[in-house]
Design a protein around this ligand. Structure first.
Ligand code: GLN
Length: 484
C-alpha cells in the first residue's frame, strides 16, 4: 500500500484498526524520508532511533489496551527552531550547531502526547529569517516540484517534507509568512493561527509579538487535526489565550453561501499571479461566496512596518547568543569582549547580522521616534483597518505570494529588498495577529504551484478552515503530489 498517499486521519485509523503497527508505519516513512531527502534536502536530522522507540511504545500501549491519541502513528516533522528534548535545535545557524534542547516545545509535547511519530527536524532560514531556506547555514532545501527552485521559507524544510510526503504533517513557525509562503511554493496547505492560539514555549524567539507556530499538511482536514492537538492555553506562554477547547473544522459546510469575501486592491500584480487569483475568485463565487472590493490602502506600509518591528524584536531576542550562555564560542577569543564579538561575528550569517543591525538602529535613541515608534503607530492603524474591513466581510482573499517559486540563487544577495518584497501579502496578517490559510490554487505554465490566501478576523480560525475545506473539495485538481 502506498501509505504516503493517505491523509493523517486515514493513517491514524489504519493504526487504530490494527491494520498496521506503528513500527511498520515508522519504518515506511523513515525510508521514504531518507529516499526523498537525497533529492530535496528537507531534513537537518532524521530521528530514526527516536521514532522507532516511540513507535514500539505505541504498539505496546495498543496491545495493553491503553487509550491512544488522535495522531497515533502519524509521521510528523518539526522545524528546527522548536525544541525536542535531547535533540539538536540548530535554528539553521552555526551559532547553535551543537545545541541540544533541554526540554520540548509545548506544541511538540502535545503532538507526542497525541501519538505522533517524530520523523525528523527540518531545515530553515537561519533563525527563521528569510523566504527561501537559502539562508540556512548548512545547505539549501530544494523544491520537490523542481530541484532548481527554492521551496520558500523560512519553513522550507517542513513544506518540502510534507509536499514530498516524507511525513504527513509538519510544524512551522510564521513571523511574516514562513508557513504560508513555503506552503504556496510547494503546493500544500499551511495555516498561521490567531496570535495566542498556540503556545510559543520552546520556539526560539525571532520577533515575539509576531511569532506563531502552525501546521503544514496536504489538506485542511489534517491541518485542523494538528491544530486541535497543539492549540490552547499554556502557563509557559503568557500570550496564549484561555479559550474553550475548539474543533477547527466542526461540521463540513456544503457551500460558501452567505459568506462575503473581501478582496483588497493591489496595484501591479504579475499577470500570471493575477490570472490565477481571478480564476480562484471565480471558484469561490461559484461555491456561493459574494466577493467585494476592499480599500486597505494602509497595507502599502506593511513591508516597511514589518521590517522595522521584526528586526527590532530580533535584535533584543538574539542578544542572548553571546558565546557565554548558549552555543558557539569563538576559539580565537582571548578576552571577554572578544568572546562576544568573535562568537557573534563567526556564528551568525549575513542576513541575521543585517537584521540585528537594522533592529539596533531603529531602536537607537536618536532614531526610535522616527522608525520604531512610528512603525508601532502604523501597526495600530493596520489592526484598526482590518477590524473595519471585517465589518463588511467575513474573510479576506489575496494571493499568498506575488509570484510562484523562484530559482535557487535567483534573488540578488546584494539587494535584500527583493527578498523582503516576497512577503507583501503575508506580513499584514502577522502585524494584526490574524489567522490565515494558504491553499494550493493551481499551477503556472511551468508547473509551479500557486497559493491562495484566506484571512479571517482574530479568533475566527475555524471559519477560515471551514471555508478552506469547501474550496479544497471543489479544487481537488490543485492538490497533487510531486513525482518523487
Ligand atoms: N520572510 C520573512 C522574514 O524574513 C518572514 C519570516 C518568518 O515568517 N519567519 O522575516
Amino acid at each position: 500500500m502506498e501509505l504516503f498517499r493517505l491523509s493523517a486521519r486515514a493513517l491514524n485509523r489504519l493504526f487504530l484498526d490494527r491494520k498496521l503497527s506503528a513500527e511498520e508505519i515508522a519504518l515506511y516513512f523513515l525510508k521514504r524520508a531518507r529516499s526523498c531527502d537525497r533529492q530535496i534536502q528537507a531534513f537537518l536530522e532524521i530521528l530514526e532511533e527516536r521514532a522507532l522507540k516511540q513507535a514500539r511504545l505505541l504498539d505496546h500501549q495498543q496491545a495493553a489496551g491503553e487509550p491512544l491519541g488522535p495522531l497515533a502513528g502519524v509521521p510528523v516533522a518539526i522545524k528546527n527552531n522548536m525544541h525536542i528534548q535531547g535533540v539538536k535545535t540548530t535554528c539553521g545557524s552555526k551559532i547553535l550547531k551543537n545545541y541540544r534542547a533541554p526540554f520540548s516545545a509545548t506544541a511538540v509535547e502535545r503532538l507526542e502526547k497525541a501519538g505522533a511519530l517524530l520523523i525528523g527536524t527540518t531545515n530553515l532560514d537561519e533563525f527563521a529569517m528569510g523566504s527561501s531556506t537559502e539562508n540556512s547555514a548548512f545547505f539549501p532545501t530544494l523544491n520537490p516540484w523542481d530541484p532548481g527552485l527554492v521551496p520558500g521559507g523560512s519553513s522550507g524544510g517542513s513544506a518540502a517534507a510534507v509536499a514530498s510526503r516524507s511525513v504527513l504533517l509538519a510544524l512551522g513557525s510564521d513571523t511574516g509568512g514562513s508557513i504560508r509562503q513555503p506552503a504556496a511554493f510547494c503546493g500544500i496547505v499551511g495555516f498561521k493561527p490567531t496570535y495566542g492560539r498556540v503556545s510559543r514555549s520552546g520556539l526560539v524567539a525571532f520577533a515575539s509579538s509576531f511569532d506563531q507556530i502552525g501546521p503544514l499538511a496536504a489538506s485542511c482536514e489534517d491541518i485542523a487535526l494538528a491544530l486541535e492537538t497543539i492549540h490552547g492555553q499554556d502557563p509557559k506562554d503568557a500570550t496564549t489565550l484561555d479559550l474553550c477547547k475548539e474543533t477547527f473544522l466542526g461540521h463540513d459546510l456544503a457551500s460558501l453561501q452567505g459568506l462575503t469575501i473581501g478582496v483588497p486592491k493591489f496595484a501591479d500584480l504579475k499577470p500570471e499571479t493575477q490570472s490565477n487569483f481571478n480564476q480562484n475568485l471565480t471558484v469561490l463565487q461559484k461555491l456561493g461566496a459574494t466577493t467585494i472590493e476592499l480599500d486597505l490602502d494602509i497595507l502599502k506600509y506593511a513591508i516597511a512596518v514589518y521590517y522595522i518591528l521584526a528586526p527590532a524584536e530580533a535584535s533584543t531576542n538574539l542578544a542572548r547568543f553571546d558565546g557565554i550562555r548558549f552555543g558557539y564560542r569563538s576559539p580565537q577569543a582571548t578576552n571577554l569582549d572578544q568572546v562576544y564579538e568573535l562568537s557573534r561575528e563567526e556564528g551568525f550569517g549575513a542576513e541575521v547580522k543585517r537584521r540585528i543591525l537594522i533592529g539596533t538602529y531603529v531602536l537607537s535613541a536618536s532614531c526610535q521616534e522616527a522608525f520604531y515608534k512610528k512603525a508601532q503607530k502604523v501597526r495600530t492603524l493596520t489592526i484598526r483597518a482590518f477590524e473595519k474591513a471585517f465589518e463588511t466581510c467575513d474573510l479576506i482573499a489575496t494571493p499568498t505570494t506575488p509570484s510562484s517559486a523562484f530559482a535557487i540563487g535567483g534573488k540578488p544577495s546584494d539587494d535584500p529588498l527583493q527578498m523582503y518584497l516576497e512577503d507583501l501579502f503575508t506580513v499584514p496578517v502577522n502585524i494584526a495577529g490574524l489567522p490565515a490559510l494558504s491553499l494550493p490554487s493551481g499551477f503556472d505554465r511551468q508547473n509551479r504551484p500557486f497559493g491562495l490566501q484566506l484571512i479571517g478576523p482574530q479568533l475566527h480560525d475555524q471559519k477560515v478552515l471551514q471555508a478552506g475545506r469547501v474550496f479544497e473539495k471543489a479544487a481537488s485538481a490543485n492538490f497533487k503530489i510531486p513525482p518523487l
